[in-house]
Ligand binder design. Structure first.
Ligand SMILES: [Zn+2]
Length: 364
């Protein structure tokens, strides 16, 4: 039986209003917690409701509703997996390499119960990123000492302050034809952007520092902030691509000069380029590991991690798995996809597209 599109539309409007309100409250609560160094609050219960997911799936088949229903449908997919009792119990175990495998297996089971061929296939829908492809081609042997170059004290940079970062965001906003009125920036213990209400209330937290790394992270958040300020709800992969594009402004000396007015923009751009090479290599390693984890969650994951990272030239051992594998499942393939998408965004922007049009162009 085909659902009546008018009935679907009415039900969707009610649900969308509920999701928008609950999500705005959740994100604002998360921002308050993050400023104080606290953990995120639990995600809205409505997102994990099976009836909500089914309705959103129907709504996105209605052409007039597709654009608005799709972001919510994506959010519901991961929420449903994380709300699965076996997943939440596996996630609550003390974090260790031996806890990672059962958590991945539980997510695979939960995704199969939703009709997917495992969790990575679900995450590809949820994040708008294919499960493969990537940034591996821009691999440079920066060597382990490249990190030191990035935070080198001899590159003279101003500290990241809320006022300066907002000014930088304003310059990028005018280039990208985004209204930055809804953006606010605060210093906090973490770097994160909170889109409370797209287009109207977008809050950036950055930790103030004067290194190239600190500015790269701050500009990454400015990218998320500008994407949020457009009013669009881009997929995770596209959102990360905008953040990547913004952070990569530091790799271009002319942009460094325009955005930061520092004495040696070329030195900043050189350090930022090295950081970008390392970031792309890390994105490829992490994405490959996460894909592999959900393909086969058995065996000695610690040893697999050591082998994968050693092959990439990483020297630091990890006593516990990166927390992103617990807290942000399926994100690594999205980060890797973002590396390629940011190049397409850059081309659209260079050709004169506004940010909202560039987002639409790469979301297709
Ligand atoms: Zn990001």
């Amino acid at each position: 039986m085909t659902a009546d599109p008018f009935a679907v539309e009415l039900a969707f409007e009610r649900l969308a209003a509920e999701l928008e309100t609950e999500t705005a409250e959740h994100v604002a609560g998360w921002w308050r917690q993050a400023r104080a160094g606290g953990p995120p609050p639990p995600s809205p219960a409505s997102l994990a409701r099976a009836s909500a997911r089914r309705l959103l799936d129907e709504a996105r088949q209605v052409p007039a509703l597709t654009a608005r229903a799709t972001p919510w449908w994506r959010a519901c997919l991961v929420a449903a997996v994380e709300a699965d009792p076996r997943v939440s119990s596996a996630r609550a175990q003390p974090w260790s390499w031996s806890a990672l495998g059962p958590l991945a297996a539980a997510r695979n089971r939960a995704a199969r119960a939703l009709g997917y061929d495992g969790f990575i296939a679900l995450a590809a829908d949820a994040n708008g990123a294919a499960a493969a492809g990537g940034a591996g081609r821009d691999v440079l042997d920066g060597g382990p000492d490249a990190l030191a170059a990035t935070s080198a004290a001899d590159i003279s940079l101003p500290a990241v302050t809320p006022g300066d970062l907002l000014a930088v965001a304003g310059r990028l906003a005018s280039r990208l034809r985004v209204d930055p009125a809804g953006l606010r920036v605060d210093l906090g213990p973490d770097h994160r952007t909170f889109v409370v209400t797209p287009g109207r209330d977008v809050r950036i937290l950055v930790s103030g520092d004067r290194t190239v790394s600190a500015w790269l992270r701050a500009l990454h958040e400015v990218g998320h902030g500008l994407a949020g300020a457009t009013g669009a709800r881009p997929s995770r992969a596209v959102d990360e691509a905008v953040a990547t594009w913004a952070s990569d402004r530091l790799t271009v000396a002319a942009d460094v000069r325009e955005l930061l007015s520092v004495p040696r923009p070329e030195a900043v751009a050189a350090a930022a380029l090295e950081a970008r090479h390392r970031r792309r290599r890390a994105a490829a390693v992490l994405a490959d590991f996460e894909l592999d984890l959900y393909r086969d969650s058995s065996g000695d994951l610690d040893a697999r991690w050591q082998a994968a990272t050693a092959a990439a030239g990483w020297t630091r051992a990890a006593a516990v798995p990166p927390p992103a594998f617990r807290d942000d499942p399926g994100a690594q393939p999205a980060y890797r996809a973002a590396e390629d998408l940011s190049g397409r965004l850059d081309a659209a922007i260079a050709a004169g597209a506004s940010l909202i049009d560039a987002i639409a162009a790469v979301s297709a």
